[in-house]
Each structure stands twice: as structure tokens, then as C-alpha cells.
Design a protein around this ligand. Structure first.
Ligand SMILES: [Fe+2]
Ligand SMILES: [Fe+2]
Length: 484
């Protein structure tokens, strides 16, 4: 009987099957790619995994005929169809996308005649770290030298090279600060506030956060002392959306949470600057005025003319973000015995951003890791345990923006946390001080990298350091990425 795929249903099914096989193949590809960085080609584990990779490839060929992977914008295509990755596989997909871009690989083709030994060799060449200006040419010539013909590569088109999402993320960050400033000024003059713009801004922040969370987390290191409340509000908004996402909130809920976080300190418009910026302890009288801001914020939000466009939770958050989990703090609720979920989320982010910011009245500025450790001391009394634990996990042992001393004597800035929890202590860091103590604009290194000869990690974190003592400012590095 001749096999004939004729109905639409059958065609769709065949498409789904090859889509699944292609994703499985890429997951295995990723595995081999990663372990090739740790072991030599003749290692047993490599042998075993490449055998499985080869088998996956055969299956893929049988189902789909040709095997071509292509990078297009933020997607990987298999033959003509865009691969849809599940959330669980998303980090793998992102990793491959980034690696291909870095190596300027636009297309990866597996020809029918490819043999297993050829595949192993090709994987070794492709996965090798490249630092030259022309990684693609290097890879192609190495494949040629080894006589590998079963794997073909096409260079990425100029338009597909990494755009600068960083630039637009940073623009959005500053735009949000400007927007909040405008709102504060309009509020003072009793003018109409554009809540539609706020919602659109927070929606964009949400989209950027999905695509490039590490960079946005980096931006929260920006601490503008003159416009503390504005800058702080945007930081809290970013942190709250990222945290809410891990707590399983939906997109619509996250946008509402973002708006609520953005407005949490709106009441401070009414707090006199002498009190807000007073160095040293506040008097009893001044403290009382300061503690009015939750109430004043809630009232302002209620009075907004476009009130109906505002999520109700924004009023809760303005009112409740200084109430502790054990219901102490301020303002005192006499009857109420439950705090809004969004208020609890904002409370954690608010506290973290506040104590990691230098202020005239604050004797000690906490590093990011110190702040997490201090907050954990108040788990259950000040903070909701589940929310705080999720926050700590999200930030990692060395949160993005931390400066770390390495065993090589270099100092690195944490720019991305490792997705795998066993590598929590091995984030990606940018070298900012070399082993001789010179400030440099060094490369970004992955602390999971192993020196194959010495069979140990190239670099390991010794401890976190306080940037201020070394004259280093984390925010400068994130902004530098925007300017270049
Ligand atoms: Fe506040
Ligand atoms: Fe705050």
C-alpha cells in the first residue's frame, strides 16, 4: 500500500510530529553542546549522548525529509515552520538562539550523508567558544579543514543580527520615570492624569521583561538620588512584575500589579522634602507626617478622574505597602485581618530596593546579597514566607548587579543568573577589574566554564564585595551597554 498523506488532519499531524521531533533534537543538541565544553570528544558521556543525537537526527530525517534550522528574529524555524517551545524548554531555546547569533550562524543544515563521527566533530567545532571578530568564518574554515561535508552553515543576514533590545528597554525605563514625574506635577496642579499612557507603559515593560529579564533587573541598579521616589517606583514596578510572574500571575494580573507598584508611593508628593531627605532620625512629629503617605496615596488614586481605569488593587497597595505580615507597621488596621496579595508582593520589592539605595539618612547601604540575607531574618513577621522565598530564589545567591571577587583576583559584575539551580553560585559575570587590579572593560564570562587541562572551573566566586569601597558602580555598566 502506498502511504499517502492526503487529508488536512493527517498533514497537520505529520507537521506536529516533526515539530516535536525537531524540538527533541534541539534539546539533545543543547545537551551535547553544553557537555562538549566540559569533556573531550572521546569521553563516554559524549559518545553516549552523540549516539542519541544521531538517532534523533535519523528519526527527524525520516519524518521531515530535509533538516534545516534557521534563525529568524526571535524564533528558530525548522524547515518552514516556527518551533514552539514550552515554558520548561524556553531557557534552552533562548540559549541556542543567543549562541547562534553570537557565532553568526543563520542556518544549520544536516545533509542526508552525514555520518556519526562527522556529527561529533562538527558539534565540537560549532560548540567551541569563539572570541574573534569573525566567528562564522572561523567555524566554516575549521569544518572545511576537517573535511566535514555533512553539515552546512549559512551566515546570519545582517538584519537578523542581534538588534539592541537593551536600548529600547533602557528608553522605556527612563520614559517611565519621566511619566511618573509628569503625573506628580500634574497632580500638584490638579490637572488630568493620563492613566491610559501608564497602562501602555507598564504593558511594554511587561513585554520587555519577558524577552530580557536579566537586563531589566540590571537596570534596577540605577539609583538616582535626586529623584529617589520616581526612580524607586520604577524599580519596584520591575521587580514586582518579575516576582509576580514567578508566583504564577496571569499577564493581565501582572500589568495591574505593575501599575499598583508604580503608584505605591504616590502619596509622597505631599510629604515635605525636608522630611523626605532629612539626614538622621526623624522626630516623632516628622515620623507621623511621613507615615501619612500610604493614606495620602490611596486618597489621590481614588480622586483620579479616570479612577475606573485603575485596578482596585492599586489603592490597596498604596495603603498597605508598609503593613507587615503580622499586621504591625503602618497604618494600623484595627479590624482587617488580611492584606492584599499585591500589597505583599510590593512590600518585598519596596523594602529590597529601599535598603540597597544610598540615602542621606541611611547609615548603611546593603549590597544586594546582604539585603536578601537581612530580609530573610524577618520572614513571617515582616514578609510573607512564600513571597519572600520566591523573591530570594528569583534574585539568586548573587543578584544581578552584585560585584564579586573571583579566585583569579579579578572582580566581576553579575549580569545574568544561571538558570540551573545547581549552578546558582556560577552566574555569568562581566570582568570589570583584572587580576592586577586595573579597571577594565572586560568580557562576559560564564562561571560554569571548565579548564579542560586542569579539569577544574576557570573561575569561582570567593565573596561578594561592596562596590562603593572599590569605586565601582554597577549601574554604569548596564548603561554602558545601552550607549554602545
Ligand atoms: Fe512607601
Ligand atoms: Fe516605596
Amino acid at each position: 500500500m502506498v502511504e499517502n498523506i492526503s487529508t488536512a488532519g493527517e498533514i497537520k499531524e505529520a507537521g506536529l510530529a516533526s515539530q516535536k521531533l525537531a524540538i527533541n533534537f534541539l534539546i539533545r543538541f543543547y545537551l551535547v553542546y553544553k557537555i562538549l565544553k566540559l569533556y573531550a570528544e572521546n569521553n563516554e558521556l559524549i559518545q553516549e549522548q552523540t549516539e542519541l543525537l544521531f538517532q534523533d537526527l535519523q528519526r527527524l530525517k525520516e519524518t521531515a525529509g530535509e533538516v534545516i534550522f534557521r534563525i529568524k528574529r526571535e524564533s528558530i524555524f525548522f524547515n518552514q515552520s516556527r518551533l514552539k517551545f514550552s515554558i520548561a524548554n524556553y531557557p534552552i531555546f533562548k540559549f541556542l538562539l543567543e549562541e547562534f547569533r553570537k557565532k553568526e550562524i543563520g542556518q544549520l543544515i544536516f545533509y542526508p550523508e552525514l555520518s556519526k563521527p562527522e556529527l561529533v566533530k562538527a558539534m565540537g567545532i560549532i560548540s567551541q567558544k569563539r572570541t574573534s571578530a569573525d566567528p562564522f568564518v572561523e567555524i566554516i574554515s575549521e569544518l572545511g579543514n576537517q573535511g566535514i561535508t555533512g553539515v552546512g552553515l549559512e551566515k546570519i543576514e545582517a538584519a537578523e543580527k542581534l538588534p539592541s533590545p537593551e536600548k529600547s528597554s533602557a528608553r522605556l525605563f527612563f520614559l517611565s520615570i519621566l511619566h511618573l514625574r509628569e503625573i506628580s506635577e500634574r497632580n500638584k496642579e490638579n490637572e488630568k492624569i493620563k492613566l491610559n499612557t501608564t497602562r501602555r507603559l507598564i504593558q511594554s515593560i511587561f513585554n520587555h521583561l519577558i524577552d530580557n529579564e536579566s537586563f531589566l533587573m540590571g537596570l534596577t541598579n540605577i539609583k538616582n538620588h535626586d529623584e529617589y521616589t520616581l526612580n524607586h517606583s520604577v524599580n519596584v514596578c520591575l521587580l514586582a512584575i518579575a516576582l509576580g510572574r514567578r508566583l504564577g500571575l496571569s499577564r493581565a494580573e501582572l500589568v495591574d500589579l505593575g501599575i499598583a507598584a508604580f503608584f505605591h508611593d504616590l502619596g509622597k508628593i505631599d510629604t515635605p522634602l525636608e522630611i523626605l531627605n532629612k539626614p538622621g532620625q526623624l522626630t516623632e512629629e516628622e515620623r507621623k507626617i511621613m507615615e501619612l503617605h500610604p493614606h495620602q496615596g490611596a486618597e489621590k488614586l481614588i480622586q483620579l478622574r479616570e479612577f475606573r481605569r485603575l485596578p482596585l488593587s492599586a489603592i490597596h497597595v498604596a495603603m498597605e505597602h508598609h503593613i507587615k505580615e503580622d499586621l504591625t507597621g503602618y497604618p494600623r488596621y484595627r479590624i482587617k485581618n488580611d492584606i492584599n496579595l499585591y500589597s505583599r508582593i510590593v512590600k518585598v520589592c519596596d523594602f529590597f530596593d529601599a535598603i540597597t539605595t544610598k540615602r542621606v539618612y541611611r547609615k548603611k547601604v546593603f549590597t544586594r546579597a546582604e539585603a536578601l540575607s537581612l530580609m530573610l531574618e524577618y520572614i513571617g513577621s515582616e514578609f510573607n514566607p512564600l513571597i519572600l522565598k520566591t523573591f530570594v530564589q528569583m534574585m539568586g545567591v548573587f543578584p544581578i548587579g552584585s560585584l564579586v571577587l573571583l579566585n583569579t583576583g579579578e572582580i566581576g559584575l553579575v549580569v545574568e543568573n544561571n538558570q540551573e539551580s545547581k549552578f546558582m553560585l556560577r552566574p555569568r559575570v562581566k570582568i570589570v577589574v583584572d587580576s592586577q587590579g586595573n579597571k577594565i572593560d572586560g568580557e562576559v564570562v560564564d562561571l560554569t566554564e571548565v579548564d579542560p587541562e586542569a579539569k577544574k572551573y576557570r573561575r569561582t566566586i570567593v565573596k561578594e564585595i561592596n562596590g562603593e569601597e572599590y569605586g565601582l558602580n554597577a549601574a554604569d555598566y548596564f548603561l554602558a551597554r545601552v550607549e554602545t
